[in-house]
Write a protein that binds this ligand. Sequence first.
Ligand code: ADP
Length: 425
Amino acid sequence: MRDDGNKRGQKITRRLYDARHILAVAALLAFGLVASGYLVLWQVLVGLGALFLAAAVPVRSRAARKRERLLQRERSEPLEAVVFATCETLADPAFILASGSILKYQNRAAVEQFGQMTAGAHLSSRMRAPVILDIVQQTMTTGDINTIEYVEKVPAERWYLVRVAPMTGFTSMKGGRELYMLTFRDLSESRRIDRMRSDFIANASHELRTPLASLFGFIETLRGPAKNDPIAREKFLTIMYEQASRMTRLVDDLLSLSRLEIKAHMQPTEDVDIIPLISHICDTLKPLAEELNVNIEVASSDDTVLVTGDRDELIQVFENLIENACKYGQSGKKVDVRIDRLNDAAHAVQVVVKDYGPGIPKEDVSRLTERFYRVSVEASRSKKGTGLGLAIVKHILTRHRARLAIHSVLGEGAEFTVIFNDQKR
Ligand code: ADP
């Protein structure tokens, strides 16, 4: 306020200073007229007062006012261009609006997300959600910043943090007009991760609670009705051992996953020859394969196939895939493992694990690497599965910048292919 007063005072002084010559001549003339008796003193003082006032207060014609408005607009246009360019640098969709919810500008992210709007159109021509139009209106009326969470249902569910704010910095600049910024921050990914995390905790707790409940049940029976029954005790202890083992497998797999998540961004650097590695895995799985009556065959076009990786993690990957092929593809009686260096531009190495079992329904294939996803929970449990094996495989391969492709035809078996790109020749 005090600043405004000072400025106004300075302006008046400047105007009076500019008119100093006229004012001096008028004053001399007036006092001359008094001296010669043509006028009395009060008339001169009133006249001079009016003259000083006229010099201090500017009289602007309509034409002058119009000229000033045009000048102001010209001055504000380069300012607006800077504001629009700044808006364009934002990664989030952003709209610049003028009073009355009129679109002045939308950045590229806004065009991609909500489609192209014409400058000068009303915001409601594209944005139909009443909650958004309401907060825009509120901000334009009160000048306050407003933020809401908005969920878009169609075409796909998306969460946004919508914010409207007056561009006060711009408005207070010389020539700046009332402008408002409407932004949309996409929260969908973080919401999806939150949901996955809570689903994961719920699934893990459920998986652990089932064997735990069964353990409690048997302990109760052993303390009560079966207290003095050695045959029942032996039978129950065997089941309890199996349940405790299942819990251990689950905890081990969960720890494996969490360790992998911690080092997800660190790419392994070791050189690993996967031919002896896979043949070692097949030797370890031999007892299981024999028990299931499955024959594992390994073939390769080279004697040495080097892959940049982490030896222990690669063992985990191929052990999981070959063991799954033996367990779930048991009916096919055969598992083929093929290791090849591809003669492609990507210098890829490919390992295919193929079984001839029942195969996997098409709708399940893309979900197999999700934690706890199983085609049949019962089949997985009966084969000592945890539902985490392929999730671990996927995590390891991501860390190795490798990928897993799953192909299956129902009734003909399943094929799991691991592809490592950019390998040494
Ligand atoms: P699990 O511990 O249940 O074996 P995985 O993550 O290793 O968990 O596998 C997930 C599911 O994928 C299995 O439960 C099974 O339904 C399916 N699956 C995996 N490998 C095969 C295969 N070779 N043939 C058929 N189904 C398979």
